[in-house]
Design a protein around this ligand. Structure first.
Ligand code: GDP
Ligand code: IMO
Ligand code: MG
Length: 458
């Protein structure tokens, strides 16, 4: 069977930790979208690992697959694999031949477009990893796929088509001189061919490429347990998120089918677990109706959002939760939990269960608030509107909960749900009731053991 892990908010909900928690019963972990924009922190035998491409389970000896829906930067991938090997691990990673390759010019174009957009306050605040430009080329049918790296003739043909176009974009659209770029080789066919053909040889030598759909289906037919690991989150989904402040893929559960080659029936026949952070964080731009503070990560075009209000509280939660980006180190914006957002995410992906993380971070506050509904143009909304402009005008109707005290969280996790402070239980039960979805796991700390496990999905 499959268990699909989906971020229910804006990324960084602690997906990696939950993938890891249920990892013991898993044979294969597959990513279905995104690339090295993702950042997961996983603690294994007291060691912390920060991974952006290698699926978290691979550090625990499981087979890790990067599905066809992913965009793969081989530089990052091999850096991560080499680093893990230096630390004594031997990750088994397979890559879909259909996955698209992030080439150096995709990063260059990501940077240029963000810069140009920033002149009119429209930048997305991307991770700069070239994610958007790579998916653009995929949709434009001019991308380079992992399978192409294995065939020198195909690789050269693809590069000879696409690179001159990208040079023209840099020079004629943006008016820049390629020779003035930090890495002019990013747009040099021969240099690209040489480097990426080498990656292709390594993929081949280490037998890393697979037909992901066939590989995963065979594993399921053999009775293996497959986990589908989403990166990012629902509100930065290109279709269901707050466009244009989104990533360029589908982190929602539908993406798990298209991004692996498993059928929707297979994915839907398994469990789909929504990962919920007990409050909100956001890196990058875009509105956030329940935002606290607003000085960090000002939102272009939405400067009125939460300006200055509760700045201290935002700083407190940011520090307690260590809310700085895994990939970019950027301080994350902070807000209260947003129920209209979660109702939307639950509907889009059909969560069969949720995991609520970071309850420990809120401990010690007198009062914990949530956005229960929105008011938009005098009307009460229980879910998110479809346009970002409308969302930016939504005012959160806040509900307040009594806070809960600090506790020995490891002991709480060991003892189980009953040991959770009463007020924290009331908070959890409110979320379960509103989403009509049971909490399978409750995170009370970053460590592997610091989770209350109520349900084993496999
Ligand atoms: P992901 O991108 O969704 O996998 O999440 P990240 O790894 O980027 O961010 C989550 C961070 O919170 C990591 O540093 C985790 O170790 C940490 N974390 C996860 N769950 C909990 C929790 O319940 N409590 C605390 N305090 N930290 C947690
Ligand atoms: P994980 O998997 C949080 C955000 C960026 C930006 C927008 C587009 O760790 O949860 P991109 O580089 O993808 O084109 O950036 O999406 N973003 C994330 N935010 N967690 C992530 O991944 C993210 N990946 C991208 O900050 O706002
Ligand atoms: Mg992350």
């Amino acid at each position: 069977m499959t268990v699909t892990i989906v971020g229910s908010q804006l990324g960084d909900e602690g997906k990696g930790g939950i993938v890891d928690l249920y990892g013991d019963d898993v044979d294969v972990v597959a990513r279905y979208q995104g690339g090295d924009n993702a950042g997961h922190t996983v603690v294994h035998e007291g060691e912390e690992y920060k991974l952006s491409l290698v699926p978290s389970g691979a550090i625990r000896g499981k087979v890790g697959v990067l599905g066809n829906g992913c965009v793969v930067n081989p530089r990052t991938l091999f850096d991560e694999i080499d680093t893990l090997q230096d630390r004594g691990l031997d990750p088994d990673v397979r890559i879909a031949e259909r996955a698209h390759v992030i080439l150096p010019f995709h990063r260059v174009l990501d940077g240029i477009e963000e810069e140009v957009k920033s002149e009119s306050d429209q930048e997305v605040g991307t991770t700069g990893r070239g994610i958007g430009p790579t998916y653009e080329d995929k949709a434009g049918r001019r991308g380079v796929r992992v399978g192409d790296l294995l065939d020198p003739d195909v690789l050269r043909e693809r590069l000879e088509y696409v690179v001159p176009q990208k040079r023209a974009v840099v020079e004629d659209v943006y008016g820049l001189d390629v020779d003035d770029l930090e890495d002019p080789d990013a747009l040099d066919v021969d240099a690209l061919f040489e480097e990426f053909r080498d990656f292709g040889r390594r993929f081949e030598a280490e037998d890393m490429t697979v037909n992901a759909g066939a590989f995963l289906s065979a594993a399921i037919d053999e009775g293996q347990n497959v986990m589908l690991e989403g990166a990012q989150g629902t509100i930065i989904d290109i279709d269901h998120g707050n466009y244009p402040y989104v990533t360029s893929s589908n982190p929602t559960a539908g993406g798990a089918a298209t991004g692996t080659g498993l059928s929707p029936g297979v994915v839907g026949g398994g469990e789909i677990i929504g990962i919920v952070k007990a409050y909100l964080t956001r890196v990058g731009s875009g509105p956030l109706p329940t935002e606290l503070g607003g000085v960090v990560g000002d939102t272009p075009g939405y400067d009125e959002q939460g300006e200055g209000e509760n700045e201290e509280l935002a700083n407190y939660i940011r520090e307690e939760g260590g809310e700085y980006g895994t990939v970019t180190g950027r301080p994350r914006r902070v807000g209260w939990l947003d129920l209209p957002m979660l109702r939307h995410s639950t509907r889009v992906s059909g969560f069969t269960g949720i995991a609520i993380n970071h309850l420990d971070v809120l401990a010690g506050l007198d009062e914990v608030k949530v956005g229960h509904t929105y008011t938009l143009d005098g009307e009460e909304l229980a879910s998110m509107p479809a346009t970002t402009e409308q969302w930016a005008r939504c005012e959160a109707n806040v509900r307040s909960f009594d806070g809960w005290p600090e506790a020995d969280w490891q002991a709480v996790a060991d003892e189980g749900y009953d040991a959770l402070p009463e007020n924290a239980k009331a908070y959890v039960e409110y979320i379960e009731d509103e989403l009509d979805t049971p909490a399978y796991a409750i995170g009370v700390g970053p460590g592997r053991g610091e989770t209350i496990v109520r349900e084993q999905p496999f």
